[in-house]
Design a protein around this ligand. Structure first.
Ligand SMILES: [Zn+2]
Length: 265
């Protein structure tokens, strides 16, 4: 249980338990009313170039099972009640695309996913501004134009909770967002935390509030880690924290992980 939500969840649990004992009829009535209790985070796959061999068969399985890929902008729209998610949503995210060098494997991965009718999210390490590597940025813009969401994976891929000063935190989060916005013409919707590290106290799973404060100032709606983040609490405010899961050994384990996303992590 996370420190960020634990007290509130505990209170809700207590209220719920009390209601069950004292106001059972009211509870039944409530079950009939429209609820906005919380939303499940759509199963979210975290991919790297080393996973490129799994993609062909994975996207085929996704199509067989009726999954529709979405991105964080679509998730935000659903959270805000402006649109609905498809019946079986999935977020396909690919990390570590760099602005200083475009590793061709990333483009191959985009082609395979697109070829099966899907799109996803790139976590960009924004280690060069658009005016320094214009050819690379043209590639990033092209991916964006093809429907890929280009999100921040910071400027230098540092573990954010290990940063000790606010100017360094601002550089990794605010500058990466600004560079993406300047270079692509769209503000990223999500910050994909390097190594999934979001805790100031790892063992107790205490979130580093500086990440949330800085990401909020950057105007970015999601912080994406790995563990937890399986629900979006109805009382949560942006930036929302959501988790992800790796694919495991092959396309079969990737599909299993997606199906069991809510109970893993
Ligand atoms: Zn990374």
């Amino acid at each position: 249980m996370s420190e960020r939500f634990s007290r509130r969840d505990f209170l809700r649990l207590m209220v719920g338990a009390g209601a069950m004992v004292s106001f059972a009829p009211a509870l039944r009535l409530k079950a009939d009313a429209p609820t906005s209790i919380e939303m499940d985070t759509p199963p979210t796959l975290m991919l790297h170039t080393r996973d490129r061999w799994k993609l062909d068969q994975l996207v085929r399985l996704l199509n067989e099972e009726g999954y529709t890929s979405i991105n964080y902008a679509m998730l935000l729209s659903a959270i805000e009640g402006k649109s609905k998610l498809p019946a079986r949503p999935v977020i396909l995210s690919i990390d570590d695309l760099g602005a200083s060098y475009i590793q061709p494997y990333f483009l191959d991965m985009a082609d395979v996913i697109e070829g099966a009718g899907h799109r996803g999210v790139f976590g960009v390490v924004v280690n060069e501004a658009a005016n320094h590597t214009p050819k690379n940025w043209a590639r990033l813009r092209e991916l964006s134009d093809r429907g890929w969401e280009m999100d921040s994976h910071t400027c230098t891929h540092r573990s954010l909770p290990r940063i000790t000063t606010q100017p360094e935190m601002d550089f990794e989060i605010i500058d990466s967002v600004k560079r993406l916005e300047d270079g692509i013409g769209k503000r990223p919707v999500a910050l994909l935390a390097p190594y999934g590290n979001v805790y100031s106290h790892h063992r107790l799973r205490v979130f580093d509030e500086r990440l949330f404060e800085t990401t909020s100032r950057a105007g970015v709606s999601f912080i994406v880690g790995i563990v937890e983040g399986r629900k979006i609490n109805s009382e949560a405010k942006p930036p929302y924290y959501t988790g992800r899961i790796g694919p495991g050994d092959d396309h079969l384990s990737a599909m299993e992980n997606l199906k069991n996303f809510q109970s893993l992590g």
